[in-house]
Design a protein around this ligand. Structure first.
Ligand code: MN
Length: 210
């Protein structure tokens, strides 16, 4: 495990001490970096985590790795809410590659679409800019995450930043959803996400369309 400015990197799985620390959190932010958008073709390279104390971990997943027991325990722990931006993809890739069934869930992209009906811009960058007044640099977004041993400082910073502002943004979205009477509907959407991810993995498209 290596420690950088303000985040730590580990390989394969979470060390027990980090697992126990995150298990104490009510909410954690989670993101993944992959080789692409098709789990069956594109491997999972990184899993990033952040808690309310801003403890950020970047976990490198090895090529061919099929399990990460400590990560699984955390991501399936009932008492810790897992917050993603566009959870539908991340939970599918975590299920496909590491057999993790993430729960309970909150998706800031779904929440943004339900709450921020005054804008069509629901990307992470736009969301964080409006809610947290922080300009995220998405320069390394489409980069070679497969080169895990030699990730650049810029890539690692980018990966860490994708989880850094999610918790405060989630709190604000939750406030907006409650204010607008859409909290129940949001919860119902989050409950559906594992089903949508499963449909994606099985190759179904638009089965709710006419
Ligand atoms: Mn990301």
């Amino acid at each position: 495990m290596a420690t950088f400015d303000d985040f730590q990197i580990c390989d394969g799985d979470l060390p027990a001490a980090i697992l126990n620390q995150y298990l104490q959190a009510e909410r954690i932010a989670v993101d993944t970096e992959t080789m692409g958008l098709r789990p069956q073709r594109d491997r999972l390279c990184l899993v990033q985590l952040c808690d309310h104390k801003n403890q950020i971990t970047v976990l490198r997943v090895a090529q061919g790795q099929t399990e990460a027991p400590n990560l699984k325990r955390l991501l399936e722990a009932e008492n810790t809410l897992k917050i993603f931006h566009f959870a539908r993809f991340d939970i599918a890739t975590l299920q496909y590659h590491l057999a993790i069934l993430v729960k309970p869930l909150f998706c800031t992209k779904v929440a943004s679409k339900l709450a921020r009906t005054y804008t069509p811009r629901h990307g992470l960058k736009e969301l964080i800019k409006e809610l947290e007044q922080v300009e995220l640099d998405k320069g390394a977004q489409s980069s070679d995450w497969g080169n895990a041993a030699n990730l650049s400082a810029e890539q690692l910073r980018y990966a860490a930043n994708d989880v850094r502002y999610l918790l405060p943004a989630q709190e604000k979205l939750m406030g907006m959803l409650k204010r607008e009477g859409r909290w129940e509907l949001a919860q119902q959407c989050f409950t559906c996400l594992p089903t949508l991810a499963e449909l994606d993995l099985q190759g179904y498209e638009a089965i709710f369309e006419h």
